[in-house]
Every structure is written in C-alpha cells, then in structure tokens.
Design a protein around this ligand. Sequence first.
Ligand code: FES
Ligand code: FES
Length: 171
Amino acid sequence: MTTLGLTINGRAYGPTDVRDDLSMNDFLREHLGMTGTKFGCGAAQCLSCAVIIDNPDGTSSTSPTCVVSAASFDGKAIRTVEGHARDGELTALQKAFIAHFAFQCGYCTAGFLNEGQALLERLAKAPIARADLETTIADALDGHLCRCTGYIKYHEAVRDVILADPKRYLA
Ligand code: FES
Ligand code: FES
C-alpha cells in the first residue's frame, strides 16, 4: 500500500492508502466516482484516459491514467474533464467542440479536451506563428484516437478558439 494525496480540479483528496498496483484511472473512476475520465485501450495507445497535470513550474501537460499508478500522482495537481466548466459555464474549447459537432459517442472527448486545453495554455505562454498553427494542433492531438473519426472537427474546434484570440495565442 502507498499513501496518496493529490489535488484534483482544485480540491484536495487524501491522504488515503491505495494499492501499489491501482491505476490512476481506477482511482478516479472506481474510488472517486469521477467517470468523465474514460478507459479505452488500457495500453497507452488511445489517450481517452488522459488528464491534465499542473506542473510546479506553472506549465501544464497531459498524462494517460490507464497504465500509470495512482501512487505516482502523490503530491501532484491534476485536472479532469469534470473540472473545466466554472459555475455551469463551459470553456471556450468546450463550446467550440459542441459548435463543431466534434464528438459523436463522446468516449474520446475528455482526452481531446484535456489535450486541447493544455495546448491553449502552452500557446498562451509561448505564442507561435500563424504559419505553424495547423502542424502545432495536429502534433498536439496526435495519439488521441476517435473511433467516430471526429479528428478534423476536433482540430477545427481548437483552431477556432486560437483564432478567436490571436493576440493571446499567436506571435
Ligand atoms: S485507455 Fe489509456 S491510453 Fe487508452
Ligand atoms: S466521438 Fe466516439 S470515439 Fe470519438
């Protein structure tokens, strides 16, 4: 057993004892009932299980949760799909996903949302040239699988959010 304490969507959880072999995905879904984070391949191949990690240096990144132990998240701060909207108000990216009909079954959506949000936060800190935008979005979303093939619509939704605020995201 390992003692786990972490912050999820701004709220402290634990410390609590967890099995060493408990995955972060099972911790979120089975222990906390946070089922917005999905379980797809279970092999770090689809990223439907990805969450945002808020790093100590102020940057954010994403991590799969299916093949990563819950214990390894001790002391970390993460965000899940449940943490994006504030007081019922969807984020610009969530609204763009809806406007583009980016998802169908929605199974992959939490992963794409977290990845897209992490990209927006990265670009807000380090804006890029407009000419690099398409590749940057494609690279960021690469690895996320959507069986309903919403790839282009997800890409367009992220692009719309960036182009709606070019002073923030583009150099
Ligand atoms: S379920 Fe984690 S990468 Fe597919
Ligand atoms: S919307 Fe169904 S898997 Fe992506």
